[in-house]
Design a binder for this molecule. Structure first.
Ligand code: NCD
Length: 310
């Protein structure tokens, strides 16, 4: 993989980089099923995570990934950090760097926050979700899950349904899956579709049945209400009736199509409980794979750069 200090955007990764990350993750995944889930390669390395927004999966996944590889981890949330006393992000970053971590993992409500931090520090920075911009590690675990299931990403049709405009997962997935040769179709209410979807090389459908027709993957997204600002849809009920993935919709997908969701799910809105829990759903596989993909990223970054700018 070409030398990288940071993982900030899927745009910065070549197709070969992505394949290398996915292959590394595949080889590390079996560690998660061992009775003793710990190997030594990152002994003596330190990952610091800064989560300025709520998170269950991503935060625990990074923490477990680091621990499985014997790195030390320590983290802080916005409410317990000096940000509440008025410290700015760059000062926070420089102070953390002064304690010599190897990797800093940042989730932040502002788009571009991880890029800003990466410029300010010498250690590696991983973007764990910045505003509406990107969530590269989620896209990598999504690609891993699809490739693990179908054996390839080439030529598959991926239908992403929901609040595309405000979803950093959708942005990273659109860039990643198209880069890997998949055909991506996005679908949702007109108010939740980005203004220039053609720049992503994706197709737009406003009718759910057209979007899921022949799809190999149907991925639903949560309505990102915390980022929508004003009412962009008439009601959750109307959204569920037009774009919700329920048993009737599942019936209309190809029999081998899989269901995905980055989580957290709002059951009954973007997806009905029976679909989320069906044997076509790979939602929990995504969560398991997230640990393997983050193990791969941590080991690649720490091995290549030793955590420092080259
Ligand atoms: C997503 C996020 O935070 O961007 N979740 C995740 O990291 N798995 C999606 C969401 O919040 O809806």
């Amino acid at each position: 993989m070409s030398q990288k200090k940071d993982i900030l955007s899927i745009r910065d990764l070549t197709k070969e980089d992505i394949l290398f990350i996915l292959e590394t993750a595949a080889s590390l995944k079996e560690i998660l099923d061992r009775p003793i889930k710990k190997v030594p390669p990152l002994r003596g390395k330190t990952m610091v995570h800064l989560f300025f927004e709520p998170s269950t999966r991503t935060k625990l996944s990074f923490e477990l990934a680091a621990k499985r590889l014997s790195a030390d981890t320590v983290g802080i949330s916005k409410s317990s950090s000096s940000v509440t006393k008025g410290e700015d992000l760059i000062d926070t970053a420089k102070n953390i760097e002064a304690m010599r971590p190897d990797v800093l993992v940042l989730r932040h409500p502002c788009s571009g926050a991880a890029h800003l931090m990466a410029k300010a520090v010498n250690c590696s920075v991983i973007n764990a979700g910045d505003g509406t911009n990107e969530h590269p590690t989620q896209a990598l675990l999504d690609m891993f899950t699809v490739k693990e299931h179908f054996g390839t990403l080439e030529g598959l049709k991926i239908a992403i349904i929901g609040d595309i405009l405000h979803s950093r997962v959708a942005h990273s997935d659109m860039i990643g899956f198209t880069k890997m040769g998949s055909e991506v179709v996005i679908c949702g209410p007109g108010t939740l579709i980005p203004p220039a979807p053609e720049i992503y090389g994706v197709k737009v459908e406003y009718n759910l049945l057209d979007a899921i027709k022949d799809a190999d993957v149907v991925m639903a997204l949560r309505l990102q209400k915390e980022r929508q600002g004003k009412h962009l849809i008439p009601s959750d009920r109307e959204y569920a009736s037009l774009f919700g993935i329920n048993a009737e919709i599942l019936q209309k997908t190809k029999s081998e199509a899989i269901i995905m969701h980055p989580g957290p799910i709002n059951r009954g809105i973007e997806m009905s409980p029976d679909v989320a829990d069906s044997d076509r759903s790979l939602i929990l596989n995504q969560v398991t794979n997230g640990v393997a993909v983050r193990m791969a990223l941590l080991s690649i970054l720490m091995a290549e750069t030793g955590g420092q700018r080259q």
